[in-house]
Ligand binder design. Structure first.
Ligand code: FCB
Length: 441
């Protein structure tokens, strides 16, 4: 009998992903800091505060990542630190990023650098944020500064994290700043961000011949709860159009789809060397004429679904394979730029890691070009409007004392990264309940 070891390609990269506001601490000059200080915005009244204290000292966590055998880390540059007011660059902030990136290099870790991860400088927010088309020129000017200053440390750039999530949560549900509920505004914001991505792509390539430039798309799956019902199918389709297809069609076909407009998207066409996939879960959509937006339906979960903590949705690893196959239609290399679950007692995460990586391995067998996997995340961090209530870390953090405690998942993920494989021993040790699902008899 063939040994059931799931090997990854020899050059596969293993990493973790973080973002500036969620880990650095005291990012007082962006719109999230201001938002956190408004009553009722964040679960349990939490605030980012010192976060994971990376601005002062990230080096111990970098040691932890290196000790786990990781060879890449995705982090983001905080625009509000670099460009403190329009056109005014803080050289000391750039120095700190140099130190961080050099620190990664010294540990044999390749950095992937994201240039925008949800946060805007306050001065931009005061001018209307991404509703203002000037944001595109401001962003490219900032990107130019960053690539000049930090280009010697990386050529792997992720322009913008999840424009679709930024637009949806800030401008449709209103759970992120600026807390607006208007699909029309959301569409404009998304379009501006995609155009800014296209412009940043050109800036990065002009500055750095070898630049590899991509964008991270959060691909959430929307399936009809009752596939035989036309209205469920229509609602799932409408959600998918807004959340996924508008972005994917602009990036692949260079074409704007409603509600972003209708017509050629020259500014975005062929402006992508790779695509980042952030995958978390799916929604089963049921038409409901009493819903706030009946045409978009409401989310249900299958009766037999395994649910994640904190109402985060369904554990659905098969969705990662579906999302990878769909995004592969872009015909370019794929990085899994985020995947993980909130789980403070780590009773689901080891199995979730194994199942999602098994799905990744499966699509690699079908020649889908997946280059890397970045687990979200290394250490518990500030989870936006959920505050500290949704711990996604391989390592547990007490934000008060800054004490860290590795969860079993950290050891599991390290073992996978070091052996570049999922072995039967790891399945037996960390998730024996998966034996029949993953291993032959
Ligand atoms: C993603 C965000 C990331 C983190 C994870 C859990 O949508 O990009 O910052 O919040 O969700």
């Amino acid at each position: 009998m063939a040994e059931a070891v799931f090997h990854f390609p020899p050059d596969f990269q293993w990493g973790v992903a973080v973002s500036s506001h969620q880990v650095e601490g005291h990012n007082t000059n962006n719109q999230w800091w201001a938002w956190e200080h408004q009553e009722g915005r964040i679960a349990a009244g939490h605030r980012s505060g010192a976060a994971c204290n990376w601005w002062m000292s990230a080096e111990d966590d970098l040691d932890r990542a290196a000790a786990m055998g990781l060879n890449t880390v995705r982090l983001s540059i905080e625009w509000s630190r670099v460009e403190v007011s329009p056109g005014r660059i803080d050289l000391a902030a750039l120095d700190r990023y140099r130190e961080l990136l050099q620190g990664l290099r010294d540990r044999g870790i390749v950095p992937m650098v994201t240039l925008h991860h949800f946060t805007n400088p306050l001065w931009l927010e005061e001018q209307g944020g991404w509703l203002n088309s000037n944001a595109i020129a401001y962003f490219t000017r900032y990107v130019e500064q960053v690539v000049q200053a930090l280009g010697e440390y990386t050529d792997l750039w992720c322009t913008i994290n999840e424009p679709n999530v930024y637009a949806s949560l800030g401008y449709v549900t209103g759970s992120h700043p600026p807390g607006i509920k208007s699909l029309k505004s959301a569409a404009l914001v998304l379009k501006h961000m995609l155009r800014a991505h296209g412009a940043a792509y050109d800036v990065l390539h002009r500055a750095q011949e070898e630049a590899r430039v991509g964008l991270a798309h959060n691909l959430r799956l929307f399936d009809p709860a009752r596939p035989s019902r036309l209205l469920d199918r229509a609602a799932a389709w409408a959600r998918d159009l807004w959340f996924n297809q508008t972005t994917l069609t602009a990036l692949k076909g260079g074409w704007w789809l409603p509600p972003l407009g209708f017509g050629p998207a020259f500014a975005v066409r062929r402006k992508l060397d790779w695509i980042g996939l952030n995958y978390y879960t799916r929604d089963m959509i049921e038409y409901d004429r009493h819903a706030e937006e009946p045409g978009l339906g409401v989310t249900r979960h299958p009766d037999d679904a395994e649910l994640l903590d904190g109402g985060y949705g369904e554990l659905y690893p098969e969705g990662l394979a579906r999302a990878l196959r769909r995004i592969a239609r872009l015909g370019i290399p794929i990085h899994i730029t985020e995947n993980g679950i909130p789980d403070s007692d780590d009773d689901q995460r080891p199995a979730a890691i194994l199942l999602h990586l098994h799905q990744t391995w499966r699509v690699l067998q079908q020649n889908v070009p997946v280059m890397s996997y970045y687990h979200w995340t290394l250490v518990d961090n500030f989870e936006w409007n959920e505050g500290w209530t949704m711990p996604f870390g391989l390592i547990e953090l007490d934000p008060e004392s800054q004490e860290r405690a590795p969860r079993p998942s950290a050891d599991l993920y390290a073992a996978i990264a070091k052996s570049n494989a999922i072995t039967p021993e790891l399945i037996h040790a960390y998730a024996p309940q998966l034996r029949s699902r993953l291993l032959p008899d």
